[in-house]
Design a protein around this ligand. Structure first.
Ligand SMILES: [Zn+2]
Length: 72
């Protein structure tokens, strides 16, 4: 079963591992892993889910968490 990797900031699955080579991927992976989001541009550790269901819950929580003033 493939894991779902998503942006921890916006929830997009359009993320790519930092580093443009296999070696870079392994290198950053050893440091805990960093991804760049193709949607919001956020760079940092991704969030991973073991199922679509868990991912859906995260998206729901993200929507509820969002505030008009951008805080929190
Ligand atoms: Zn994002």
């Amino acid at each position: 079963m493939a894991k779902i990797t998503a942006c921890i900031n916006c929830g997009s699955r359009d993320v790519s591992w930092k580093g443009d080579s296999i070696a870079g991927t392994v290198y950053f992976g050893a440091l805990g892993g960093q991804v760049q989001c193709g949607n919001c541009g956020h760079v940092g550790a991704p969030i991973e889910f073991k199922s679509e269901k868990d991912y859906g819950k995260f998206l729901d929580a993200l929507k509820k968490r969002k505030k008009p003033d951008g805080r929190g």
